[in-house]
Design a protein around this ligand. Structure first.
Ligand SMILES: Cc1cc2nc3c(=O)[nH]c(=O)nc-3n(C[C@H](O)[C@H](O)[C@H](O)COP(=O)(O)OP(=O)(O)OC[C@H]3O[C@@H](n4cnc5c(N)ncnc54)[C@H](O)[C@@H]3O)c2cc1C
Length: 372
């Protein structure tokens, strides 16, 4: 039985956000910015945020040349431009909010490795640079083949290297800790170990049940549960997509510096200090990887190890320090779902593979939607 104090002070909020990933925390922060007097609670099932936001590779990216070329085959130019704009503006919001030092933002640039079969992306180089010029006011993608040798990539495997000076890298752990600190400094309350299991909407409020705990109440509820949203909205158009990531031990004399992609963004690697963080390969086994289970797919891990040996660090000695997996959320297109599900319940979910870039903006837009 709850005490009078608990009932009075721990249960009722103006706004409750489910999920403390980048979207959940950004939403809670934006709610406090828009309505400083409101009481905002975040409910997180993990002991700390345990979705994609703490498990990603820390690329501050907005799309490689071949990814954007592939998007242009499915979407009109204007929509592709707007997607890149959303990612770029989201990154600026994240940086302004938290500060570059806090998130260990490093602008080393990004590169895409094009193999023989992928050279067709170069046909779109001028068109894409022209499309993105109004946003960056500079050429975004240029050929940097002199770096193939400098980075030590085998010339027979890597035909062309495309450079993007605007791409950067961050420390995802620092980003999430900084977001938690900022949320707390603005008066957002975060309860961890609070798995939401059900909600019920009434005319004036919503009731939210957590496993092994009391029932909370709020005026507006938001779900920021990304790949884990089907539990609440069985018909929502979201497919989970697991990603495997590994990190090496420090590699003596590591030459690679920056963020790197290949195979239309399905593979990605970067330096972190003098280590390599490398992930991807989901397209090797797409059906198995449509899961919210955090196991490691051994077929994919084997391929990552082989590519590390043969493509990324050929002839170099390295050891793998750690391997993990995380779950992304995908749909028929790359647009997130940002909508009211019912008058008092909204969702900001399906962030795809570039949620670090768009998460902050989606949070602001979701807060706006809740307060309408
Ligand atoms: C392996 C991997 C690599 C990636 N690399 C990059 C990258 O380099 N750059 C980039 O931009 N993006 C990357 N992404 C994508 C990016 O991390 C995500 O798009 C983004 O973090 C999604 O944020 P989110 O807040 O929507 O969801 P999440 O971070 O998944 O947060 C959802 C939260 O909801 C909580 N939750 C779920 N169900 C409940 C419940 N019932 N009750 C309470 N809490 C609940 C979860 O525990 C979790 O903390 C990567 C993702 C993965 C998995």
């Amino acid at each position: 039985m709850l005490s009078f104090w608990e009932k009075d002070f721990f249960i009722e909020y103006d706004h409750i956000v489910v999920g403390s990933g980048i979207v959940g925390l950004s939403t809670a922060i934006a709610l406090k910015e828009k309505e400083p007097q409101s009481r905002v609670l975040v409910l997180e099932r993990g002991v700390f945020p345990t979705g994609a936001s703490t498990k990603n590779a820390g690329f501050a990216c907005f799309g490689s040349l071949s990814e954007i070329a592939a998007d242009l085959q499915k979407l009109p130019d204007e929509e592709v431009f707007n997607l890149v704009k959303l990612r770029w503006e989201g990154l600026q919001l994240l940086r302004n909010r938290l500060g570059d030092d806090q998130i260990d933002y490093k602008n080393f640039g990004g590169y895409e490795l094009l193999r023989e079969l992928e050279l067709v992306a170069l046909d779109e180089l001028d068109r894409i640079n022209h499309l993105l010029y109004p946003l960056f006011e500079k050429t975004v993608y240029s050929i940097a083949n002199h770096k193939i040798h400098e980075f030590g990539f085998p010339a027979k495997a890597v035909n062309t290297l495309v450079f993007n000076p605007f791409e950067s890298q961050i420390h995802s752990g620092r980003m999430m800790k900084s977001l938690l600190s900022l949320a707390s400094s603005k008066g957002v309350e975060v309860l961890t170990g609070a798995q939401v299991v059900a909600f019920e909407e009434h005319e004036q409020w919503v009731e939210i049940a957590i496993s092994d705990g009391p029932t909370f109440k709020c005026r507006q509820l938001a779900f920021c549960t990304n790949a884990f949203s089907k539990w609440f909205f069985p018909k929502i158009d979201i497919e989970p997509g697991r990603g495997v990531v590994l990190v090496t031990k420090p590699v003596p004399g590591l030459k690679l510096k920056g963020t790197f992609h290949y195979d239309e963004g399905y593979y990605y690697f970067r330096n972190y200090e003098d280590r390599i963080i490398f992930g991807g390969g989901r397209n090797l086994d797409l059906e198995t990887e449509k899961t919210t289970n955090f196991d490691i797919n051994e077929v994919i891990l084997k391929k990552l190890k082989a590519d590390l040996r043969e493509l990324i660090l050929p002839g170099q000695t390295f050891e793998i320090d750690h391997v993990w997996s995380g779950i992304m959320a995908f749909g028929p297109n790359k647009k997130p779902i940002l909508q009211k599900q019912t008058p008092r319940v909204s969702a900001g979910v399906r962030l795809g593979g570039m949620g670090v870039a768009i998460g902050s903006k989606i949070g602001s837009e979701l807060a706006g939607l809740m307060l309408q």
